[in-house]
Design a protein around this ligand. Structure first.
Ligand code: PLP
Length: 389
C-alpha cells in the first residue's frame, strides 16, 4: 500500500543531515555545557554554534535567542513572561481569535490571574486587520500577540503592518512563527517583532526543542527557576542534541526554503483546483493567495472530516481534520468558527500539508481517491440531499 504523508503542519520527519549532526552529542560529546572540563566546553560550543545558526535565519543577535522545549513553552514564556514583567504597567493583552492553543490557553490562565484578554476577530479568510489591532490598544495594554501564519488554514498575517501599529503605541509585540520559521522569510527586523516563537520539529528538526527570540531590552520574567543556563533566562541543562539539531535544521532551511516553497506552491494549487473541480459543494478555507505554500484546507459539505480521514488512512494517506491537538475532540476547530463557518461545515474540514517528500504523484493519488470517498460517505449521510434518510 502507498504511504502518503500529507500532515507536515503537525510534524515533519527529521532531516537525515540533522540526525547526523545530532548523533555525536548522544554518545561521544555528551558533556554538560555548564561543566568547566573539555567535555562540557565541547557541548557548550555546540550549543553556541546552533545559536549562531538560528540567529542567522532570524537575522538577530545570538544573545537574543533562548532555547526552549518547543513552541508551546516559547509561547507560554513569551506571554506569561511579558505579562508578569509588566504587571505594574497594565493588565491588558490582545491576541487574535485564531491563535494556537499554546497562546489561547495561556491567555485563559492569565485571565484567572487578573489579566484582561481581548480576542480580536478575523475576516472570512482568517486575516487580522491592523486597524482593528490599533483600535483595541488601550493605555493598559502591555502585549499584543498575533501568529505569523495559522496552522490550520494557512493564512499568512500582515505581521509587519500589525507590529508597526503596535510599536507606535509603545506596546510589546509577539508572534507565534511556529508554522513559518524555516519555510518563509522570518527576519525579526523585517517582521518588526519583539518576541518570536518557533519549534524545531516543524522545520525538519527533532521534537521537544524550540526557541524564543527576545529582542534586546524586552523585559521577560523567566519561566523556569534553578540554574543560570541561557543567560539566566531558562534554568535546566540544555538539550544539547536537540539544540544542535535545531541549529542544523535552521541552517539547511536558510539555504533551501525558497526553492522548496517554489516547488510546493504549484502542488498546493493543483490540489486545491482538483478538489474544487472534482467534488461538488466543497469550499476552500483560508486565504486564496496569502497562504502557506504547503497548506490546503477544505470543507466538504454534508460529511464529517473524521470519516474522510479514516477512509484516507485506509488508503495510506495521512491528513488532518484540524490541528493535531484538537483532533480527538468533538468540538469544531475554533479557527474555523472564527472565520464564520457554521458548525456543520466546520466539522467537514480536511487539512493537507506538504513537505520535502511530497510529490505530484501523491497529489494525484489523493485526487484519484477522495472524490469516491466523498461520494460513498455522502450516500450514507442523512444530511445529504439524496443521502440515506
Ligand atoms: N504554535 C503553532 C502555530 C503550532 O502549530 C504548534 C504545533 O502544532 C505550536 C505552537 C506548539 O508547538 P510544539 O508542538 O513545539 O509545542
Amino acid at each position: 500500500m502507498n504511504r502518503v504523508y500529507l500532515d507536515y503542519a503537525a510534524t515533519t520527519p527529521t532531516d537525515p543531515r540533522v540526525v547526523e549532526a545530532m548523533r555525536p552529542y548522544f554518545t561521544e560529546l555528551y558533556g554538560n555545557p555548564s561543566s568547566l572540563h573539555a567535555f562540557g566546553q565541547e557541548a557548550k560550543s555546540a550549543v553556541e554554534k546552533a545559536r549562531g545558526q538560528l540567529a542567522a535565519l532570524l537575522g538577530c543577535k545570538t544573545e537574543e535567542i533562548v532555547f526552549t522545549s518547543g513552541g508551546t513553552e516559547a509561547d507560554n514564556q513569551a506571554l506569561e513572561g511579558v505579562a508578569f514583567a509588566n504587571e505594574k504597567k497594565g493588565n491588558h493583552i490582545i491576541v487574535s481569535k485564531i491563535e494556537h492553543h499554546a497562546v489561547t490557553e495561556c491567555c485563559e490562565f492569565l485571565k484567572k490571574r487578573g489579566f484582561e484578554i481581548t480576542y480580536l476577530p478575523v475576516d472570512k479568510y482568517g486575516l487580522v486587520d491592523p486597524d482593528v489591532v490599533e483600535k483595541a490598544i488601550t493605555p493598559k495594554t502591555i502585549l499584543v500577540s498575533v501568529m505569523h501564519a495559522n496552522n490550520e488554514i494557512g493564512t499568512i498575517e500582515p505581521i509587519a503592518e500589525i507590529s508597526k501599529r503596535v510599536k507606535e503605541k509603545g506596546v510589546v509585540f509577539h508572534t507565534d512563527a511556529v508554522q513559518t520559521v524555516g519555510h518563509l522569510p522570518t527576519k525579526v527586523d523585517e517582521l518588526g517583532v519583539d518576541l518570536l516563537s518557533l519549534s524545531a520539529h516543524k522545520l525538519y528538526g527533532p521534537k521537544g526543542v524550540g526557541a524564543l527570540y527576545i529582542r534586546k531590552g524586552t523585559r521577560v520574567i523567566p519561566f523556569l527557576h534553578g540554574g543560570a543556563q541561557e543567560n539566566n533566562r531558562r534554568a535546566s541543562t540544555e538539550n544539547v542534541p536537540g539544540v544542535v539539531g535545531l541549529g542544523a535544521a535552521a541552517e539547511i532551511a536558510g539555504r533551501e526554503m525558497a526553492e522548496e516553497a517554489k516547488r510546493l506552491q504549484p502542488l498546493r494549487d493543483k490540489l486545491i483546483k482538483g478538489l474544487l473541480g472534482k467534488i461538488p459543494e466543497v469550499q476552500l478555507n483560508g486565504h486564496p493567495t496569502e497562504r502557506l505554500p504547503n497548506n490546503v484546507n477544505v470543507s466538504v459539505h454534508f460529511i464529517e472530516g473524521e470519516s474522510m480521514l479514516l477512509n484516507l488512512d485506509m488508503l495510506g494517506i495521512a491528513a488532518s481534520s484540524g490541528s493535531a491537538c484538537t483532533s480527538g475532540s468533538l468540538e469544531p476547530s475554533h479557527v474555523l468558527l472564527a472565520i464564520g463557518l457554521p458548525h456543520e461545515i466546520a466539522h467537514g474540514s480536511l487539512r493537507f500539508t506538504f513537505g520535502k517528500n511530497t510529490t505530484e504523484a501523491e497529489i494525484d493519488y489523493v485526487l484519484d481517491n477522495l472524490p469516491q470517498i466523498v461520494d460513498k460517505l455522502r450516500k450514507m449521510s442523512p444530511l445529504y440531499p439524496g443521502g440515506k434518510k
